[in-house]
Design a protein around this ligand. Structure first.
Ligand code: ZN
Ligand code: ZN
Length: 304
């Protein structure tokens, strides 16, 4: 076991900054007020869902399975585009996200876990943890395989400006209707859909594998989050590109990764070995490394 230190509560670092996170609340308010003013429309909801699922893949296929767990390999341009799609989801940059996520796996549901409902309750794990100063920045010592790329550091540094440009482009092209449904409503849903994996997926559902955390499997969350609802599977064997381990466990992100592999955009897609899936491996042995990163960080290959 690696040594760890539970940070003691610090009023400066751990107090929830309600006012300083006005943009976060502003997106929620703009979604509600916008729909109240424009009225409900099925086409609006359709637009929101298109932007929801497109950007959800930036989080699930990009930030999570690629940047955090290196479950497959890709070229440097596609790596950048995955990072950009993740930035559009408005959940900070790929480096910040991957660093915090690897830390979650390293200490999942232990006192050191940054967003554990067991330790600090539902709301904290769902969203309060991102509203404190301590987690505004990330310690990049656990993502050295990613920080070597200047274009990823660029995405991380300018994610705010990129998001503003993205939302502005939607508004300029499609007007107020598109801005409300395509950005504000879609982003509010996308945030809470993603947050449910940190909160609900550690509380609600079924457990197939005896992991040391409280992770659960949920069909409903798998639909909402493009396969990420198979969270107990994922905590059991983190590096797999498929989180739905069996054919009936729907995993839309994995199908997209497979389609990308079929046309050569990604390769070396790592999937859970049969004997691991069949529970014949002890939980501790199923984890490939303690920091949830690759055993040997491998640089991406240049495009041919
Ligand atoms: Zn988890
Ligand atoms: Zn993970």
């Amino acid at each position: 076991m690696q040594s760890s230190k539970v940070p003691t509560y610090d009023r400066e670092l751990d107090r929830v900054r309600w006012l300083e996170n006005l943009p976060f609340w502003g997106v929620h308010v703009a979604a509600i007020v916008g729909v109240a003013m424009l009225g409900f429309s099925w086409s609006g909801l359709g637009l929101a869902l298109i932007f929801y699922y497109a950007r959800m893949f930036g989080i699930t296929g990009g930030y999570h399975r690629y940047f955090s767990h290196r479950a497959y390999k890709t070229s440097r341009p596609v790596q950048f585009l995955l990072g950009l799609l993740g930035v559009f989801a408005t959940q900070k940059g790929p480096l910040w996200w991957a660093s915090h996520h690897r830390r979650h796996h390293k200490y999942s549901d232990q006192p050191e876990d940054i967003h554990s409902p067991r330790q600090r309750g539902f709301l904290w794990s769902h969203m309060l943890w991102i509203l404190v100063k301590r987690h505004k920045t990330a310690d990049f010592s656990n993502i050295k395989d990613l920080t070597q790329y200047p274009e990823l550091r660029f995405l991380d540094k300018y994610e705010n400006l990129i998001v503003i440009a993205f939302a502005t482009a939607i508004g300029v092209i499609g007007g107020a209707w598109a801005l409300v449904w395509g950005y504000f409503v879609s982003t509010t849903l996308l945030w809470h859909g993603t947050f449910f994996i940190n909160s609900l997926a550690h509380i609600w559902g079924r457990r197939r594998y005896q992991t040391t955390d409280d992770s659960k499997n949920s069909f409903l969350l798998a639909i909402v989050c493009m396969g990420e609802g198979w969270h107990n599977n994922h905590h059991y064997y983190q590096r797999s590109a498929n989180q739905g381990f069996f054919w009936w466990e729907i995993d839309l992100s994995y199908y997209i990764i497979r389609a990308m592999a079929a046309v050569g955009l990604v390769w070396d897609v790592h999937v859970v070995p049969r004997h691991v899936r069949a529970k014949s491996v002890a939980p501790g042995r199923a984890r490939l490394s303690d920091d949830a990163g690759p055993v040997t960080p491998e640089p991406v290959q240049e495009a041919a």
